[in-house]
Design a binder for this molecule. Structure first.
Ligand code: FAD
Length: 448
């Protein structure tokens, strides 16, 4: 039997896509390689993970997160919210869990997608055909495991942070009485360093190579989510880098002097790759419970890490907080730099990538991208290849000036969704005289 739409993955993007496919009366089926929903919130997050974004910007357009949740929900709250959403829309009946897509191929003569699937339990392979395909398999798909230069055998444990997820091997009790070194100062490295302190580690060192902006969710009791509003995003975008840096260096002086922590700040504007939000790191560093150290590893000799500057750190537990690599092994012909509207590959108009334009408001993004793509296939939209290319080049040029990759929405998350909603004829409220329009991050249902 040929299905109309096959959706790969049932994380936030797959959930949004199936929900809207039902609304548009599109016959859709989901294949998910895990045994449950939630994607990276199930397989890559850790117990103490807290959303970096405020909940209002991280909710589906037809269901806010409950008032009882924290403004910055925990991992468990996010999974509860997703479960409620799936139940409310009765989505599970069209999802096949434990089914991994191994290859997809567009057959030009039949005009159908041919999808190879493996049942991860029985290990049997089978094929499904569909008219359209939605790739919701996650931007960050594979753990980025670095090759440590181990000289003599290391007697402790080395593992990636994903081992603290629901599918991992460890929990925080592993920190007890250990000399812990965490590699990488992204959100995960910062959070897990604090978790190591709070779970009885003997010593904690957060080792990093890239300078990073580390922000608080609150400053003097004021929530900093207004930094995600139209006004501030546009201001940050327009300010010359030198002025931006001068302003932020001054703002940063306050916490640095207060906590007496002196480390180098980045020399580029805040973007998706150089920022982390964390409240406990600075206090722990100033109390000397965490050593925050910049350096490259030269070698690991027995239980000592030697850095390029020849300093040494004793350790019996190394956690790689080195993030995830982007990639989609089942689709060779895959290039994020040539997606029209960051969704449709110019050579495959019957395919859509949902959730491949990283931003701070991922749920809003996947929700609207799903509606845009389903509208695209439902109305069988035809845009010439020339027009697609012209638009892609225009955006590339803009992003080059900003030193951002094409698909990165660090500075254009609102503009991008405004643009998609325009294509969908969604009448968004543009009250230029209302301060909320300029100074608040758009609400969960702004683009509905
Ligand atoms: C700890 C943590 C904190 C975060 N904080 C924020 C935040 O504050 N704000 C924000 O905007 N974003 C945040 N993110 C980013 C997060 O990645 C996105 O918000 C979002 O969850 C991505 O959802 P997704 O469905 O696109 O991808 P994923 O969650 O990766 O889901 C993809 C799904 O596809 C499945 N899949 C993959 N390959 C196959 C295959 N071959 N066959 C079948 N199924 C397959 C996977 O098993 C998975 O279930 C955070 C992520 C983590 C881990």
């Amino acid at each position: 039997m040929v299905r109309e739409l096959c959706i790969i993955g049932f994380g936030i993007s797959g959930i949004a896509c199936l929900r809207w496919a039902k609304e548009y009366n599109i016959d859709a089926i989901v294949f998910e390689k895990n045994s449950t929903f939630g994607g990276c919130w199930h397989t890559s997050s850790y117990k103490s993970a807290i959303l970096q974004t405020r909940k209002n910007s991280y909710s589906f357009s037809d269901m806010p997160m409950p008032d009882s949740f924290n403004n910055y929900p925990t991992r468990d709250e996010i999974l509860q919210y997703l479960e409620k959403y799936i139940d409310f829309h009765n989505l599970n009946q069209d999802v096949y869990y434990n089914q991994e897509i191994s290859n997809i191929f567009y057959n030009n003569s039949t005009k159908l997608w041919e999808i190879d699937i493996q049942n991860t339990k029985s290990l049997k392979f089978y094929k499904v055909k569909s008219k359209y395909i939605a790739i919701c398999s996650g931007f960050y798909s594979k753990p980025n495991i670095i090759d440590l230069p181990i000289k003599n055998s290391f007697n402790g444990k080395i593992f990636h942070s994903k081992e603290f997820s629901f599918t991992g091997q460890y929990d925080y009790s592993i920190f007890k009485d250990k000399k812990v070194v965490l590699i990488g100062n992204g959100p995960t490295g910062c959070d897990l360093s604090c978790a190591a302190v709070e779970n009885g580690a003997k010593s904690v060192t957060l080792l990093y190579k890239t300078d990073r902006w580390i922000l608080n969710r609150y400053f003097l009791n004021i929530e900093l989510d207004f930094l995600m509003s139209r006004f501030f995003i546009n201001l940050a975008l327009k300010l010359p880098t030198s002025l931006f840096l001068a302003i932020f260096y001054v703002i940063y002086l306050i916490p640095r002097l207060y906590y007496k922590i002196y480390y180098k700040l980045p020399n580029s504007k805040i973007n998706r790759n150089n920022v982390a939000v964390n409240e406990c790191l600075f206090p722990y560093i100033s109390e000397k419970k965490i050593v925050y150290k910049k350096g490259l590893i030269k070698s690991v000799d027995k239980n000592t890490i030697i850095l390029e500057d020849n300093s040494a750190i004793d350790t019996d537990l190394i956690v790689m907080c080195t993030g995830f690599k982007q990639g989609t092994h089942f689709f060779d012909d895959f290039n994020l730099n040539i997606l029209y509207k960051r969704i449709v590959p110019i050579d495959y108009p019957k395919c859509g990538f949902i959730g491949f334009a990283p931003s701070f408001n991922w749920v809003q993004n996947s929700d609207l991208q799903s509606r845009w793509f389903l509208n695209w296939i439902k109305n069988d939209k035809k845009v010439s290849r020339k027009t697609m290319i012209r638009e892609i080049i225009k955006t590339h040029k803009k992003h080059n000036e900003l030193n951002l990759e094409y698909f990165d929405l660090s500075y254009t998350p609102i503009q991008y969704l405004d643009d998609l909603s325009k294509d969908l004829n969604i009448d968004i409220e543009k009250n230029y005289f209302d301060y909320k329009y300029w100074l608040k991050a758009p609400a969960y249902n702004y683009w509905s």
